[in-house]
Every structure is written in structure tokens, then in C-alpha cells.
Design a protein around this ligand. Structure first.
Ligand code: AIR
Length: 230
């Protein structure tokens, strides 16, 4: 623990003076008033670290060509979730829905998560898809900060096979709903399909795309043949 603290401190101190000042200034301004100065100091250190994480984090954006809006916000607790969460992004692409995918953690980068949600709202976002593993608070935290529909995707986890993620995502207190999908890839893809169904309520083109998707899916099942006995 002492070692970790030391290396975090080193990262901040090791920056060029103007950079270190910038790192310190922004998070302090954004930190909620209830934070004690010790926590605020910690937040500024963590944020300094996060800004470097941002560069390597999964961050994909696709704007709507005609409106310039980003319709879906896909967020995951870690870049290690991307293999699963890319299914949500792929489904957005298949339905030609603009999205932005980011790795932001409810625990490790709470301030940046809050800022991103507010930014996405300004950019025309209509729904969030949030996937996290373990003590997976991400979807609930997103849902608490927006009235846009927020779908939760529990990540498979090493020791509990995603059961921990599922319960943490689905067991929300009354008042803040998180429609929760299946654990893993199916859940990620279905989260986008749920958003598509929501958009289809008011968008006839999207409704047609969804009906076509369902028809093709049924056709595939009906065309499939069982293997012969050997
Ligand atoms: N996580 C990250 N911050 C809060 C949570 N719950 C989750 C991630 C990931 C898991 O912790 O969503 O599924 C492990 O993350 P990592 O970065 O250690 O691989």
C-alpha cells in the first residue's frame, strides 16, 4: 500500500510543472463540496492517473452523419471488458446507430464518469449501456445521474462467473431502475437491441430494421438442419 501511494505521488510530481498544475486544478474544481481536503487530494492524484489511462482506454466514437449526434453511450468499468462490450458496439454499427464507447470506472474514475455522462447528454445521447464486473456499480451509478434509459450488462468474472456482477447490477433500490441483461456477450448485444426497440417506437426506419433483423433471425433457425446420426 505504501509502495503504491509512493508511485502515485511520483507520477504527479514527475510531471512538467505546468502539467502538474493543470492536473491539480481541474479535479479540485470538479470535486463535490462534501469531499474532505484529504479525499480531494486523493481525487486529484487519481484523476492525474486517469488522464493517462484515458489515452489507452477503449474510446470509439461514431457520430450520426446527418445530425452529428451520438445516440448511444457505451461505458465499461475497464478496458478488460471490451471483448464482451464490443458486441454492443457491433450491434450499434449493424443498425447504423451512432455510439461512443468509453472505459470509465464508477470506482476508479468517478469524476470523469460524471463529466462524460453530462457531455453525452449534451451531444444528443438517448440511452446508456453500462457493463462492469465484480462489485459492478457502474450501471447504477450512470442511472443515478441521468434520466435517460440505462441498460446494465454484467461482465463474466474470474471467481464467480459473473454472478457477482449480475446481482450487483440488477439489485437496484426502488426509484433508480437498471434494466439488466444476461451476463456476457449475449447481454451486451441484447442491450443494443433493447435500445433499438426503444428507438423504433418513434422511428419508422428503425422499426423496419428491427423487423427485418427478427425475420432474418427466424429464417436462419428454420433453415438450420440437425446433423445426421453417425
Ligand atoms: N470494475 C472496475 N471498476 C469498478 C469495477 N467493478 C470492474 C471492471 C472489470 C473488473 O472490475 O468492469 O470487469 C476487473 O477490472 P480490471 O481493470 O482489473 O481488469
Amino acid at each position: 500500500m505504501a509502495m503504491k501511494k509512493l508511485s502515485l505521488k511520483k507520477t504527479t510530481v514527475g510531471k512538467a510543472p505546468e502539467k502538474a498544475a493543470a492536473v491539480k486544478k481541474t479535479p479540485e474544481k470538479a470535486a463535490p463540496a462534501r469531499l474532505t481536503s484529504t479525499v480531494r487530494r486523493l481525487a486529484s492524484t487519481v484523476s492525474g492517473k486517469v488522464s493517462s489511462v484515458k489515452k489507452t482506454a477503449v474510446s470509439k466514437a461514431a457520430k450520426d452523419k446527418t445530425t452529428g449526434k451520438v445516440v448511444v453511450g457505451i461505458v465499461m468499468g475497464s478496458t478488460s471488458d471490451w471483448d464482451v462490450m464490443k458486441e454492443a458496439a457491433q450491434m450499434c454499427r449493424d443498425f447504423d446507430i451512432s455510439y461512443e464507447a468509453r472505459a470509465l470506472s464508477a470506482h476508479r474514475s468517478p469524476t470523469e464518469l460524471e463529466e462524460w455522462i453530462a457531455d453525452m447528454e449534451k451531444r444528443g445521447c438517448q440511452a446508456f449501456i453500462a457493463g462492469a464486473g465484480g462489485a459492478a456499480h457502474l450501471a447504477g451509478v450512470v442511472a443515478a445521474q441521468t434520466i435517460l434509459p440505462t441498460f446494465g450488462v454484467p461482465m463474466p468474472s474470474k471467481y464467480m462467473k459473473g454472478l457477482d456482477s449480475l446481482l450487483a447490477t440488477v439489485q437496484m433500490p426502488k426509484g433508480i431502475p437498471v434494466p439488466t441483461m444476461a451476463i456476457g456477450e449475449a447481454g451486451a448485444a441484447n442491450a443494443t437491441l433493447a435500445v433499438v426497440a426503444m428507438l423504433a417506437l418513434t422511428d419508422p426506419a428503425m422499426r423496419k430494421k428491427l423487423l427485418d433483423f427478427r425475420a432474418k433471425q427466424s429464417e436462419k433457425v428454420l433453415r438450420a438442419r440437425l446433423p445426421e446420426l453417425k
